[in-house]
Design a protein around this ligand. Structure first.
Ligand code: ZN
Ligand code: ZN
Length: 176
């Protein structure tokens, strides 16, 4: 695995004349907790790789949970994440657009995640939103998290935002 291409660097549409980045040089340090993704695109790529590799390393489903906004983590269905990761025949990733700065603490990544279906190559085309949160335990440090849109919609618009920014949800993560 260490010398093979990182799943997030494989795309069905790119002509791979240059060797893609290896897993070891790309997402492995994030999966093993050696480093934290320092921007939304890197975090998104590492989450995609975790989905692809969950069938070979079940603990990567924990990484998918851990990189979702802490206030949403207990609402996630880990067995559903595992089942989805295992039942999908992933075929590559293409980052369409990374918007690293959207206001003070958000970022968005538009991507296409490819998978093989009975009808041939299919694609999930998504625009995901990420938020940078201050880590209270390590003063001043910030960490990026994925905002799960399926969980965020259960929030009331006037509640303080689930990311802990102190702003109202509708003025913060609720805008996306
Ligand atoms: Zn990667
Ligand atoms: Zn927020």
């Amino acid at each position: 695995m260490n010398s093979t291409a990182c799943p997030c660097r494989v795309s069905p549409n790119t002509d791979s004349s240059a060797a893609p980045m290896t897993y070891k040089a790309c997402c492995q340090p994030f999966h093993e907790g050696e480093r934290c993704a320092n921007n939304a695109e890197t975090l998104m790529r590492s989450r995609y790789s975790a989905f692809v590799l969950t069938p070979t390393d079940i603990e990567l489903a924990d990484y998918i949970v851990a990189t979702t906004l802490p206030a949403q983590q207990r609402l996630l269905d880990k067995s559903a994440i595992e089942a989805w990761a295992k039942d999908t025949d992933w075929a590559g990733l293409e980052v369409v657009k990374h918007t690293p700065k959207l206001g003070r603490r958000h970022a968005q990544v538009e991507f296409k995640a490819y998978f093989n279906s009975e009808a041939g190559l299919a694609v999930h085309h998504e625009l995901s939103t990420f938020v940078k949160v201050q880590d209270a335990s390590k003063d001043g440090q910030t960490k990026w998290y994925f905002i799960d849109p399926n969980v965020a919609t259960t929030m009331s618009q006037k509640q303080p935002c689930l990311c802990g920014s102190g702003e109202r949800f509708k003025r913060c993560c609720g805008r996306f």
